[in-house]
Design a protein around this ligand. Structure first.
Ligand SMILES: *Cc1c(COP(=O)(O)O)cnc(C)c1O
Ligand SMILES: [Zn+2]
Length: 425
């Protein structure tokens, strides 16, 4: 039995039934799913979760849709990797990477789409649609294929090649729009009124979609041995993921899965070429000024973020911070994570790691904290960002002499950075 008690306006508090609604009729505020936490507390246990599937659906008790056969490609339960080598480079202590590159279509969007389309099917909506900065398109097209649904995804026409290919291959309709994501999103809002029986996952079923991001918090706590971290670093596009991660940790305490109410500092990461939230944070204002994005972190290139204000409040209330990093720093972040931990992230992951480095250097992320960095998308999606940076060490003739001339690992073959870290101990 579902524990959803309805939808509630985040602004005026009016309540609505759990249907395909996303804005309040009264004040146009966004709606949020509310739950009967007493009912959840009475059934949910750590054991019940641990015996569930190794996907987001092990947390079905805390998700807004009850369906024994969800639209599922296996999203979630991605590795939480202890990152000691990266921590040493950044002067940090207990550092973990939540490796969401391991999702079925290579990004955290699989979490939200699996929830959104499961709910959409239950609501009788017929077509899976979205406005996307790339990863959502990949995920909607794939999950629609899985569910046997027609899909229509709208993307800005300047997306990375891999993201277009990874969307089109599933056989749905892919419409490239000459404009920014914000233009695409506006068109999608208009289409939502034209096609009320389509599920625009980030428009008319956004309320349900957003809840999928809570699973990042649930998994992190479970994988830490039912313990919340002290600090999480989260990339910001629309800001939805960041707010829901905070909600997720709070819910775990509410339903008795954590022993105490966690105090998790939530920090936001943006690209300097699209940093409306980081700018408002730095200026100490509440007003988020929309920007025209210009950054290689296309998956985060939302100039007018729908949940930007809520993300800002979440960051401030939690005692977190927010910073923005340049395109060069993003590429440095991608290479640093790959070199130290063997994880290849897309540009959004570079934003997270570069922001982590910046906040560690300024003392806002501390070495006495348990820190988790959300690495939300796979590097294979944005390889062109690195074309000028990485390539063969050498191109040689097929001879031993040529090899020896090109490759010199030194006498003991131990990497210089690793040797330095060893001698520090
Ligand atoms: C969409 C996206 C984000 C941002 O999520 P929001 O909920 O829009 O803030 C972060 N990382 C990746 C890889 C994404 O695709
Ligand atoms: Zn309202």
């Amino acid at each position: 039995m579902s524990s959803v008690s309805g939808l509630r306006c985040r602004e005026c508090g009016r309540t609505y039934p759990a249907e395909a609604l996303h804005v309040c009729d009264f004040c146009f505020g966004p709606l949020e799913v509310s739950y009967d936490y007493d009912q959840i507390r009475a059934t949910v246990t750590r054991e019940r979760i641990e015996s569930g599937p190794r996907t987001i659906w092990r947390y079905a008790d805390l998700l807004p849709v009850d369906d024994p056969n969800p639209v599922d490609l296996g999203a979630g339960f991605t590795p939480l990797v202890r990152a000691d080598r990266l921590a040493a480079e950044l002067g940090l202590g207990e550092l973990w990477i939540k490796d969401d590159t391991a999702n079925p279509t290579g990004s955290f969007k699989d979490r939200v789409v699996s929830v959104a389309l499961t709910k959409a099917r239950q609501l009788g909506l017929k077509v899976a649609a979205c406005a996307s900065t790339g990863n959502l398109a990949n995920s909607v097209a794939a999950h629609a294929a899985r569910a046997g649904l027609e899909s229509v995804v709208l993307i800005p026409s300047d997306l990375e090649r891999a993201k277009v290919t990874m969307t089109a291959v599933y056989g749905g309709r892919v419409v490239a729009v000459d404009g920014t994501y914000d233009d695409v999103n506006r068109l999608c809002a208009e289409l939502t009124s034209e096609h009320p029986d389509w599920a625009f996952v980030n428009v008319n079923v956004r309320t349900y979609y957003a809840e999928g991001s809570k699973t990042l918090a649930f998994e992190t706590a479970e994988q830490l041995g039912w313990r919340a971290p002290d600090h999480v670093i989260v990339p910001i596009g629309s800001g939805s993921q960041l707010t829901k991660i905070a909600k997720g940790f709070a819910e775990l305490a509410k339903v008795g899965l954590l022993d105490e109410v966690p105090e998790v500092r939530v920090s936001g990461a943006q690209a300097a070429g699209c940093a409306p939230v980081a700018t408002a944070f730095a200026e100490g204002t509440d007003a988020i000024r929309p920007v025209k994005p210009s950054t290689i972190a296309k998956s985060l290139a939302i100039g007018n973020p729908a949940d930007g204000w809520y993300a800002l409040q979440t960051i401030r209330e939690s005692g977190g911070s927010c910073a923005a990093v340049t395109d060069d720093e993003i590429l440095d972040g991608i290479e640093l994570l790959a070199r130290t931990e063997g994880i290849f992230a897309e540009t959004a992951g570079g934003v997270t790691i570069a922001t982590l480095a910046k906040l560690a250097a300024s003392g806002q992320v501390r070495s006495d904290e348990c820190v988790v960095a959300m690495v939300t998308g796979h590097g294979l999606k944005t390889t062109e960002a690195l074309f000028d940076r990485v390539g063969p060490t050498a191109t040689i003739a097929p001879t031993l002499d040529a090899f020896d001339a090109a490759v010199d690992l030194g006498a003991d073959g131990v990497r210089a950075d690793v040797a330095a870290q060893r001698s520090d101990r």
